[in-house]
Design a protein around this ligand. Sequence first.
Ligand code: DUC
Ligand code: ZN
Ligand code: ZN
Length: 468
Amino acid sequence: MEKLDLIFKNGKIVTESGVENCDLGISDGQISAIGDLSDNAEVIEDATDLLILPGGVDAHVHIDQPSGPDVEMADNFQSATMSAAAGGNTTVLPFAMQEKGQSLRECVENYHKKAKDNLYIDTSFHLIISDPSPQVLGQELPALARDGYTSFKVFMTYDDLVLNDEELLKVFEVAKKEKTLVMVHAEGYDAIRYLTKKLEEEGKVAPYFHGISRPQIVEREATHRAISHAQIVDIPIVIVHVSGNEALSQIKWAKEKGIRVFSETCPQYICLTEDDMKGLNMDFEGAKYVCSPPPRDLESQKAIWEGIIDGTFDIFSSDHCPFKFKDKKGKDRPGARTSFKWVPNGIPGVETRLPILFSEGVSKKRISLERFVELTSTNPAKMYGLHPQKGSIKIGSDADLTIWDPNKIDTIRQSDLHHGSDYTPFEGIEVRGWPIQTWLRGQKIYEKNKFLKQNNLGQYISRGFSSL
Ligand code: DUC
Ligand code: ZN
Ligand code: ZN
């Protein structure tokens, strides 16, 4: 056999369909041999007692998005992809967010400028459609879909992003024609506004009331509405960041009826609760946990686990949306303290997604290693048209690998993380099982708190259609 660039010996290879003790060979950045291999390689890596997994694919992250007056996201592409690499990821899918009145093509070009030469890992953009004008729906969106932007997100809430029902249906129609996948943020705009106004009138403005203003009913109603609209147009959709039993019940109902709905959940819905938003004493510390949909209660965490275990959830993403707590432009900016309404919605999590699910899921024996890989790498890659290049360990796939020490125990600490936020909502959680090396297309990019390659090894990846 020809001399290989690299061979991993003595490791356990984990894919979505099994665990195997065998060697793994790599040439030209791709997986080129799997089995009992001779030592004919430039480099031999010993993976004794370690697991070799396909690199994490985080299909839902927000990077460098405009977030309202005086608000800045805490990560640019460099810090976000650095943090992602340290957390065992080799691909991220951030959003190119259209602002009202903006051309979609111009929006995408802006995000490419921000990302250029700043990527530690591979990256591909979803679009956010906030202004579905005839020009956008008739020309720009179809053209971009054909250029490999094969998924986009729509919002059912937020002043600057919300689409009404007719607009949703029109966007769905384009998705049907172009065979693209629509991600839906399902929370009902009018109900949230109604509840927020009432809470403010009663003086209930602390971060905790963010959760009260967006109860599960609001998420359930919008989830059902989105599913119904998708059924009318006859397209598959993804309900993203599902937080509890109410929305999940709608997804289960749809799946049982044979309606094509995919679903995603995130670490915050298995690790945090609404009580975290109380802070120390209904104070501003609670802002550290403000995200949307908000964290729920212990019953909801149980329901989310059931969905993770029984296969209802298709993917597990971070919804990384980082802001600073102690910064004029972050959660603590002037005005933010006057009401939960002004606290930016989002928490950092791209670096902690994989360790949290590994520890809480695999180490605590709730899910198998295979299911872990399926939820965090293979299914996101399939869902968004990146498979088999990404998300698998197969001959010809990119050699994007994460090496895991399943027995390493450590506690999540802000001081160890690489994101731009000045806190982590997951501070203090003890984790058993950590990613210890990250390899991108056959090159070791991260090991033991060291970045071994520059921030321009990551590439922009153009995607095909969903194969899930
Ligand atoms: N939706 C997201 O997907 N992320 C952060 C905030 C939000 O509303
Ligand atoms: Zn959202
Ligand atoms: Zn998000």
